[in-house]
Ligand binder design. Structure first.
Ligand SMILES: Cc1ncc(COP(=O)(O)O)c(C=O)c1O
Length: 464
């Protein structure tokens, strides 16, 4: 018997996406034994067609060569600045050139003047979530995290690591979280003795809810955050994966109120997930122990330097290349970079929405799905009595129809399921971002995946 102990350490529950990938090989075999093709509507990863790094690597090499030429080095023994910097210790804020460039380009895209000194590199948005949680968990007092019902699985996983944190979730309608419920949850948590640092959300292309918050709702949320004195932790991976025309795009909280917001940018969707480039930005000041008011960023910077200490300067300088065009001029906008990805996602979204309409549009009383304004997902709801989208249901969809989807129930925090034990058990998350095939074959595969899903849904509901 082991004599090593980990007092009070708890085993964390396995997420539904991990369970799904673990059970997939067996289910896949069952489906194949029945002669069924496997259709992917489950994975939430960037599409391989837009994540081939070779074009980027060639551009990065040319950008670095351009920087070297600009240095005018004649002595071959002198190491070029970008190379020296990329392979040295940097400070916790990372290379200043990358932050200066990103502040200008991102700030101009979203109509906000960003101070590069307040841009803190993170290990993707995941690192930003973790950093924000760690800071407020550090004093060891009971913490309440306010978030949506449903919310991002990665946030549930991170929040679940802290044994003195509890989630207070807020139900949503088609515009966003219900603001009265938001206020109520903040007050309920406080009355129960919890400190409430922030409301965590994904206003654009919500994962997993499959829609974006309206501008009107954002303003109402901000009013609650201001009057209650809490931050908005804005996770923004899909800001540029947008299907709306510029004038109709709602504004990120970053642009509406940088002093009330902790904004998380990630390079994972507009660039590549592997390099794990992200930035946290905030102009908030907070009152700390002893009554002093300090910039939140200073606290986060110390937290970050105690955590990962040094960012990856090579990855950040690589991201800097992405901020420059083929002639090495700093981009005026990241939208042209996004457009290369959007061409595929826009098309996939249309194939999915048209396929659902064609296959199930005749039964609006039985089926509903969201029309995402951004992001990778549509949430499908069975309005059919008696349907329960649990693991067994999702397993049957694979084994009997070859269709892989993700059930929604696991994206609801425990308190949401206490309020409504059936929360999410009538929903599925359909993703249109990922498939193994490219080009015309990708289009055909997605169309047949949606058709297979529709015939499965009709069979479940007993229609058609
Ligand atoms: C809402 C949300 N937050 C964070 C992430 C992860 O971002 P990153 O790759 O930057 O860690 C994802 C990725 O799917 C996401 O959907």
């Amino acid at each position: 018997m082991a004599n090593l102990r980990a007092p009070k350490v708890r085993r964390q529950p396995v997420s539904v996406t991990r369970k799904m990938s673990a059970s997939l090989p067996g289910l896949r075999q069952l489906a194949q034994e029945r002669g069924l093709r496997i259709h992917h509507l489950g994975a939430g990863y960037p599409h391989p067609e837009v994540t081939d790094p070779r074009g980027f690597l060639a551009h990065q090499a040319r950008y670095f060569a351009h920087l070297e030429a600009a240095e005018g080095l004649n002595d071959p023994s002198t190491v070029p600045e970008h190379l020296r910097e990329s392979f040295s210790y940097t400070d916790t804020l990372g290379p200043v050139t990358t932050r200066a460039s990103f502040a200008r380009v991102y700030g101009s895209d979203w109509g906000v003047a960003l101070d590069p000194a307040r841009l803190l590199p993170t290990v993707g948005a995941t690192g930003g979530i973790s950093l924000a949680c760690s800071l407020f968990e550090r004093p060891g007092i009971p913490i309440a995290y306010i978030t949506d019902a449903p919310t991002y699985a990665g946030f549930l996983a991170r929040a679940g690591l802290c044994q003195h944190a509890r989630i207070f979730s807020v139900d949503m309608d088609e515009e966003g979280p219900l603001v009265e419920r938001l206020r109520e949850q903040i007050r309920t948590a406080r009355a129960a003795g919890y400190h409430v640092p922030f409301y965590y959300t994904i206003p654009d292309g919500h994962n997993p809810a499959g829609f974006s918050f309206t501008q009107r709702r954002r303003e109402a949320i901000l009013e609650v955050a201001r009057s209650e004195g809490i931050l908005i932790l804005e996770d923004a991976p899909y800001l540029y994966i947008s299907y709306l025309d510029a004038p109709t795009r709602p504004r990120p909280f970053l642009a509406m109120a940088p002093e009330q917001t902790v904004h998380l940018f990630t390079g994972s969707k507009i660039g590549f997930p592997g390099p794990r480039v992200g930035f946290l930005y905030t102009e908030a000041d907070v009152e700390i122990d002893g009554g002093e008011t300090v910039p939140l960023l200073d606290l986060l910077l110390v937290e970050s330097s105690g955590d990962i200490l040094f960012q990856n300067p090579g990855a950040l300088r690589g991201f800097e290349a992405l901020l420059h065009d083929a002639d090495f001029a700093e981009r005026r906008s990241l939208w042209p970079v996004a457009e290369e990805k959007l061409a595929v996602y826009r098309e996939n979204r249309q194939i999915m929405l048209e396929g659902l309409e064609r296959g199930l549009g005749a039964w609006p009383d039985l089926f509903h799905w969201t029309h995402p304004q951004a992001g990778f997902f549509s949430v499908f709801t069975f309005r059919t009595p008696g349907v329960r989208t649990d693991d067994a249901f999702v397993g049957r969809l694979v084994a009997e129809h070859g269709v892989v989807v993700i059930p929604m129930y696991d994206f609801y925090a425990a308190d949401a399921r206490e309020r409504n034990p059936a929360a999410g058990y009538d929903q599925l998350r359909l993703s249109f971002c990922f498939s193994e095939s490219m080009g015309a074959q990708r289009r055909r595969d997605l169309a047949s995946a949606v058709d297979a899903f529709c015939s499965a849904a009709r069979a479940v509901a007993g229609v058609g």
